[in-house]
Design a protein around this ligand. Sequence first.
Ligand SMILES: [Zn+2]
Length: 195
Amino acid sequence: MGEVHEIPVRSGAGFTLDAGRRLTVIDPRGCQVSDLLAYSRDDVREVISSGRTLDYAETIRLTTGHLLYSNRSRPMLEIVEDTVGRHDFLLTPCSYDTFHHFYPDLPPHRGCFGNLAEALAPWGVTEDMIPVAFNCFMNVPVDGASGKLEVLPPTSAAGDHITFEARMDLVIGLTACSAPASNGGSFKPIHYRID
Ligand SMILES: [Zn+2]
């Protein structure tokens, strides 16, 4: 097993993941979201795509066996293990603007968006290249009749995890999310491991 890395509270990390390797994202304390982005290492204009993925999966409830596709309709990651079964692929990373919108009375924070932009800058990724992230453990139920969205606390418990297998050489951005509602009102670290 690979070494376990910690992403501190309200921060992010960038790293490479070779084709065939597995990335496990762990919620060490429970009830904590982690935003994941993936870019092709050969050309970072190829990026994980919520729209392509949800279209091909024909569901918004992605779990073991589902593929995460790029904007060029190529598989980037396969979910090979998932102890939670509740993640979000509809919403963009939290940002300064998110904080102004939802939490005008709280000190603003650059959020996952700013953390991802800084972590991915060494590979030439800029803010305008950040799409909807795959939000591990984020609990966003959708009312099927009205379409109303809610952001509820994650259902993940301490030690829960999701494992992805890379289908191409990737650059990964990963966070410990900074938004109060997404994380049940408190901020915890995230752990990850590459095998
Ligand atoms: Zn966030």
